[in-house]
Design a protein. Sequence first.
Length: 140
Amino acid sequence: MAVAALPQTRADLSVKLLGAALPLRRGTIATLLVPVRNAGPDAAEQVTVRLTSNVDARYAAVAAPSGWSCTRVQDTPDGAAADCSRSGAMARGVQTLAFALVVPGKPKRGTSLEFDATVSSTTTDPNPTNNHDRLIQRIR
């Protein structure tokens, strides 16, 4: 007796970091947009996004659209991190998170702020190479 295999669901997730105009000015608020894209062909289950930065957590916050929940930005040994998760499946399309921070007023000119975003899911991703992005911005 032959048993038919169930088709495997796949969802090509990607993440991008879109920064404010360069360079950042000390003491101002900078907002980074974090578009999370599901190019399909199927919905993605249990989608999570991890945002990290070398900025002190006291000066950062994260916001997400309806259907997402995020942890408070927490201190890490290298700066700050926040985790966001999608409740329910993420259909094909784009949903954008935002990461806001106060640019520290004390760093020397030319100091860089580093941001990383990583998206993951329990659904098989046929192209995991686009699941991470990094943005480095200089302080003026």
